[in-house]
Design a protein around this ligand. Structure first.
Ligand code: SF4
Length: 431
């Protein structure tokens, strides 16, 4: 009987991309991949450390896994394993802790999944070199695949621990991106999502991020190309032109602004002002009226006054933003902001977070309501228990639709009939 492996992913889309790579390797080695809650011989937890909350979520998850299945071989890999190894070692039952540099090679450190008396720690120096990713067996279900093109970050925003957890910026070899893209498309994926920590800074030999996008757009069988979160100062205007003129490059941008207040942005060591950010997204929305532009906002940064918080609320409400992912500032060891004075009380942080969430929901609802009556292209990704299909439109609106002609992994056109809180309803139309 084959050994079984299960996988948990915490955190960002890049982690999702990497978990897919790791699990494909387990499959190629003869493991059966089972649901994350099922009993398994090996359980890999791909961790996140972006906030204190992420750290504690990881520790809780490890304990939960071990409670459910004390004999499973537990490997914790990735960002929290890189900088929180000491805390993880205190949890009895972990067998393997692997930092960022070697996380994709987790299988190389498991001869037999036998519980170890002490966790083995693998944490090598992170390089700045370009990288490739070994070819994979791809027999997992298909629709949309994350394609990792970059890792690490040199920006050193004052609140962010990611440069410590992921290391310096480095890019994947251009030809290796093309190779994997072709492999993913041949395996049936209709959509590729470009992922990395700071993808706009992609740089390999003479190639830039824009070159990666242009190269992928030349692959005739690729139906959709999506860009995941991208830093404001790294988006070339030409990308917006490409997006406006292409049926393949999705009209969807996620651009983290973090704050609407210039003093807070400067203290965060972000590389732009509010008005520069606004000017850019207004240009993008003018050029691509149906684009969905979303953002990340952080509340409770040290010295965030009531007026500064209000500036973030105003920005969200008045700029062409469809919604914001709201994060609460948390002090991370080693970052510049952890030494800043005038921390915001947790009570205020809670209230501000709730307020910004509320405004974000309002904006999202408005965006969804504006889309009623529009005909959008949607990819059928999952079937709900009641038989209806759900998936995302080109501009990243979740749509639910019911039609007996539908099946998995179809790109169809549908008219939006109704807006709901978390998705829109649609009905299929013949294009
Ligand atoms: S750009 Fe700033 S927030 Fe994003 S990973 Fe780099 S340092 Fe962190």
């Amino acid at each position: 009987m084959n050994l079984k492996a299960s996988f948990h992913t915490l955190g960002c889309r890049l982690n999702q991309a990497e978990t897919a790579l790791i699990s494909n390797r387990f499959r190629a080695q003869g493991y059966d991949i089972v649901d994350e809650r099922a009993a398994s011989d090996v359980c890999v937890i791909n961790s996140c450390t972006v906030t204190e909350g992420a750290d504690s979520k990881c520790r809780q998850l490890v304990r939960q896994v071990l409670r459910r299945n004390p004999n499973t071989f537990v490997a914790v890999v990735g960002c929290y394993a890189q900088i929180g190894a000491e805390a993880l070692k205190q949890i009895e039952g972990i067998d393997l802790i692997i930092g960022t540099q070697d996380k994709l090679r987790v299988l190389d450190f498991i001869d037999e999944p036998l519980k170890l008396p002490e966790p083995r720690l693998v944490r090598s120096r992170m390089t700045k070199d370009p990288f490739t990713i070994a070819a994979n067996d791809l027999s997992a279900p298909t629709t949309r695949a994350n394609l990792k093109i970059q890792d690490g970050c040199d920006f050193m925003c004052s609140f962010c621990v990611i440069p410590f957890a992921r290391g310096r910026a480095r890019s994947r070899a251009f030809w290796d991106i093309q190779r994997e893209a072709l492999q993913l498309i041949n395996a049936g994926h209709q959509e590729l999502v470009l992922t990395g920590v700071n993808i706009g800074t992609y740089s390999f030999e003479e190639k830039t991020f824009l070159d990666v996008v242009k190269m992928l757009l030349t692959i005739p069988a690729l139906k959709r190309l999506r860009i995941s979160s991208i830093e404001p100062t790294t988006i070339p205007y030409e990308l917006i032109d490409l997006m406006a003129d292409s049926d393949v490059l999705c009209p969807h941008l996620h651009i983290p602004v973090q704050s609407g207040d210039d003093a807070v942005l400067a203290a965060m060591k972000r590389l732009y002002t509010r008005s520069e950010f606004e000017a850019f997204i207004e240009h993008a929305q003018r050029r691509i009226p149906h684009a969905l532009i979303a953002t990340d906002m952080m509340i409770g940064f040290p010295n965030e006054t009531e007026a500064a918080f209000q500036a973030s609320c105003d920005l969200l409400m008045n700029a062409p933003l469809a919604y914001a992912h709201v994060f609460t500032f948390s002090e991370r060891d080693g970052t510049a902001a952890s030494k800043y004075a005038n921390h915001v009380s947790s009570q205020k942080k809670k209230a501000r977070s709730a307020r910004l969430h509320e405004l974000s929901e309002q904006k999202k609802r408005q965006f969804y309501e504006r889309s009623v009556g529009q005909t959008l292209r949607v990819l059928t990704e999952e079937q709900e228990a009641d038989g209806r299909w759900a998936g995302y439109t080109d501009n990243y609106v979740r749509m639910v639709l019911e039609d007996p002609r539908l099946s998995h992994n179809q790109l169809v056109h549908a008219r939006v009939t109704q807006a709901q809180a978390a998705h829109v309803m649609g009905e299929m139309v013949t294009p």
